[in-house]
Write a protein that binds this ligand. Structure first.
Ligand code: ATP
Length: 259
């Protein structure tokens, strides 16, 4: 079942077309990766889908409803959540407090007339569940400023999950991670697959090929290919697009060399 559908999205900055007529679909429960060389427009596309960036043209529908004109918070309430950047957390607060604040932000003002103890439970229970889901239950009382980088990225995910999404937009969840941390995040996303649809922008090709049901390749804002990991590995246009890329060289990656 198609959960998210983007049709003919265009984003221009002056004379530069950053998203160039991109159409794609993401099915419920599936992990759909968007890859491409630096500057291909991946982060911009995520911004357009989340509502942070206004498209010049094109439409986005979620669960069959047109959400093109909806602001971020209304998209979140419908179940389309972008993983928070760690810069938006409070380092002196605990992990639990930060996730509880994300729950509160998502639920808006509905607690105004409630008893404080009820408010605390209504915020802390889903926050605890989200921490449990990402494997941070034992760190609930830890000050966020004292947590490791990998744990910060898990926390960002917990904050997005606390909003009870149906689909997550994940912009480089493995960025800056050690090999071990990256493997932990890959295992975590694999556990969440099926329950949540995910659009994943990631430079770690090992993770992308291990996780994805479908991969879309962007180059200079244009979609040049979309298909299963096997189809993408074998695609000549994709191999050509990545030649010369030192860091992200798809052709040089073990996952790609299996083909
Ligand atoms: N606000 C902006 N104003 C002007 N140009 C922008 C703006 N945001 C992005 N761009 C340009 O759009 C292009 C795509 O940027 P974007 O960050 O979406 O690419 P990306 O594929 O996510 O790159 P990376 O892999 O390096 O994160 C780049 O050329 C970038 O310089």
């Amino acid at each position: 079942m198609t959960l998210l559908r983007a049709d003919h999205l265009i984003k221009r900055y002056g004379g530069l077309t950053v998203t160039d007529d991109v159409s794609m679909t993401v099915n419920a429960g599936e992990i759909h990766a968007v890859i491409g060389p630096n500057g291909a427009g991946k982060t911009t596309l995520i911004g357009q889908l989340s509502g942070e960036i206004k498209s010049n043209s094109g439409t986005i529908s979620f669960d069959g409803n047109d959400i093109t004109a909806l602001p971020i918070e209304q998209r979140v309430r419908r179940g389309l959540a972008r993983s928070y950047q760690i810069t938006s957390v409070f380092p002196d607060f605990t992990a639990l407090q930060n996730v509880a604040l994300a729950v509160q932000a998502q639920r808006g003002h509905s607690f105004r007339f409630w008893e404080p103890t009820t408010v605390a439970r209504e915020l802390n229970d889903p926050a605890h569940q989200a921490l449990e889901l990402v494997g941070l239950a034992s760190r609930a009382g830890t000050r966020v400023g004292d947590m490791a980088h990998g744990e910060h990225r898990q926390l960002e995910l917990a904050m997005a999950l606390a909003c009870e999404p149906r689909m997550l937009l994940l912009d480089e969840p493995m960025a800056g991670m050690s090999q071990r941390e990256s493997e932990t995040m890959t295992e975590l996303l694999l556990r969440l697959r099926g329950k949540y649809a995910m659009l994943l922008v990631e430079h770690d090709m090992e993770a992308v090929f291990a996780l994805s049901d479908c991969i879309t390749v962007l180059v200079y804002g244009k979609k040049i290919a979309s298909g299963t990991p096997d189809e993408i590995r074998r695609n000549e246009d994709v191999k050509t697009a990545y030649l010369g890329e030192e860091d992200d060289d798809l052709a040089a990656h073990p996952a790609a060399q299996e083909a």
